[in-house]
Design a protein around this ligand. Structure first.
Ligand code: BTN
Length: 252
């Protein structure tokens, strides 16, 4: 018989960034701890962007992973936990993951992930995986971000209790983690099936600004994108890591 324990959640009124908090307190935090903040003064997004969120209305938090193989596994766990959470809150709404782990509804982003490795003696000792989920932001508040974004409130036309959303997400993450510890290959097909752009013609831009248009054939077991494209009539294949490229909005 196994006793179920509640997930560890630390709620801060305010911090610069929950990713920074987890990095700075990594040694004191338990595995799978969730550190969330009602307000971040310097929230970060991917590719050096800022993550802006008005006080109190959205979920901003970071999971502390101590026993996952790498950043992809931490992202996969959080991506699936996010999908399961929104499926429970808004049953039947067709959310999907835009590779690798952004949560989308139609052509608008509802949540993003930022993973950062934590080094100890030159080795990765853990991953701080931050999640920003638009819960109660209004259309007007999101318009200021300059991106096509959406919140759960805008989709469902009702407000959500952010504490409840955080508890649900932590619970889902813990359930996924138990599956992960038993068998990594079991979770991978679920993550793959949430990635709606697989099998579509898409465009990506790499870190140097080079643009590739091609067919998103599949993902590798390490979560990389296999893109098939043509150059002067010659069929080519390239494997992209999520740190190397971003998928263009035109692909959605
Ligand atoms: C992105 O899509 O660019 C990733 C956004 C990640 C935002 C979250 S909010 C909680 C955590 N703390 C941060 O500073 N960033 C992540």
């Amino acid at each position: 018989m196994t006793a179920e324990t509640d997930p560890f959640i630390l709620t801060l009124e305010q911090t610069d960034s929950t990713n920074t908090y987890v990095r700075e307190h990594f040694d004191e935090l338990p595995d799978l701890a969730l550190v969330r903040a009602k307000f971040q003064t310097a929230g970060r997004g991917r590719l050096g962007r800022k993550w802006l969120s008005p006080p109190g209305v959205n979920f901003c938090g970071t999971f502390c992973f101590k026993n996952v193989a790498d950043g992809f596994h931490a992202g996969m766990l959080c991506g699936i936990a996010l999908m399961r959470t929104v499926a429970e809150l808004l049953p039947g709404v067709p959310f999907y993951l835009k590779w690798p782990n952004d949560l989308y509804f139609e052509k608008s982003k509802a949540a993003g992930l930022l993973g950062e490795g934590i080094l100890r003696q030159g080795k990765i000792a853990g991953i701080a995986m931050g999640i920003g989920l638009n819960v109660n932001t209004t259309q007007e508040e999101l318009a200021g971000t300059g991106q096509s974004a959406v919140s759960l409130r805008m989709i469902a036309n009702q407000e959500f209790n952010v504490d409840f959303v955080a508890k649900l997400l932590a619970k889902q993450l813990n359930v996924c983690y138990i599956m992960y510890s038993d068998s990594v290959p079991e979770l991978f097909p679920e993550w793959r099936s949430c990635n709606k752009l697989i099998g579509k013609t898409i465009a990506v831009t790499d870190a140097c600004g080079a643009r590739f248009e091609g067919f998103f054939r599949d993902v590798t077991p390490q979560g990389e994108m296999i893109l098939e494209y043509e150059e002067q009539g010659v069929p080519l294949q390239k494997i992209f890591n999520c740190c190397d490229v971003s998928v263009d909005k035109s692909s959605l």
